[in-house]
Design a binder for this molecule. Structure first.
Ligand SMILES: C[N+](C)(C)CCCC[C@H](N)C(=O)O
Length: 265
């Protein structure tokens, strides 16, 4: 199994993340604080995504990434490979994403009034250990089903949008220009996040609900009760910030992925 796609996915995920972190944190001070945990986790998750995607395309079309400009795969193959990549990466992403959501949802120590109790989780490792102890090993996968529903089809959309935009105004057999790759990567991020946002809202609610037992019975129950209480607008919460973040993150991720692979021949 060719591994360079895994390595390129690793590095490009880390580079994309550096740009996305301020959007993820949305706190004006300390933008780049606490980045080592997301870098390590997202790099690994991106490596699995791009590695599985590329190797699935190899299995489906018998073309390696070097041959794919001369013999472009069909969009249906790109979509299937993207869905499989998205499905597999969820099992890597789920515990990291849960920890990220739990940490981001606790009030910053400097924002709490004096005398209030200390934050529940002291950092990523403490958070993982506490979830394991308080909610069991399965607790670390809370929201994983919603994450699977969110990422399987939308990663297909992600790679199809990228390929389609790259092929526009690029002559057959030629590599797309760096500007093309940036734009295609950026819009691939926006398109996939636009479709992913409703399930992203549900996923985060299920991940937080682990703290209050019995809050929701599952994905459907969470969808119905959120919509009943807050209206359909609830499914679009965070759409603007997700899209604003998605453009730079995915532009840089695809640019570095493509150029790392090209530079390795
Ligand atoms: C499938 N979904 C839309 C959720 C994500 C697609 C882009 C993934 C990228 N690592 C990012 O964080 O933007």
């Amino acid at each position: 199994m060719p591994v360079e796609e895994f390595v390129a996915g690793w590095i490009s995920g880390a580079l994309g993340l550096v740009l996305g972190h301020p959007f993820d944190t949305v706190k004006l001070l300390g933008f780049f604080k606490g980045m080592s945990f997301p870098i390590a986790s997202i790099a690994m998750v991106n490596s699995v995504l791009f590695g599985v995607y590329s190797n699935t395309l190899l299995a489906l079309t018998a073309t390696s990434h070097r041959e794919r400009r001369a013999q472009p795969p069909s969009y249906i193959h790109v979509f299937i490979a993207g869905c499989i990549g998205g499905f597999v990466q969820v099992y890597c992403l789920a515990p990291f994403d849960l920890i990220k959501v739990r940490l981001q949802n606790q009030t910053e120590p400097r924002a709490r009034p004096p005398g209030s109790p200390p934050p529940r989780y002291r950092g990523p490792v403490h958070c993982a250990v506490s979830i394991f102890q308080e909610e069991g090993p399965r607790g670390l996968f809370r929201g994983a089903w919603a994450l699977t529903l969110r990422d399987t089809p939308t990663m297909g959309i992600y790679f199809v949008t990228y390929e389609w935009l790259c092929r526009q105004s690029t002559r057959d057999g030629q590599d797309p220009s760096p500007a093309r790759v940036l734009v295609a990567g950026g819009f691939a991020g926006i398109a996939s996040w636009a479709v992913a946002t409703p399930l992203d809202v549900i996923k985060s609610r299920l991940q937080m609900a682990g703290l209050k037992r019995g809050a929701y019975r599952g994905v459907l129950d969470c969808m119905v009760s959120s919509a009943r209480q807050e209206g359909l607008g609830v499914f679009f919460r965070g759409l603007t910030i997700n899209s604003a973040r998605a453009f730079p993150v995915n532009a840089v991720t695809f640019l570095s992925y493509e150029y790392l692979l090209r530079s390795w021949g």
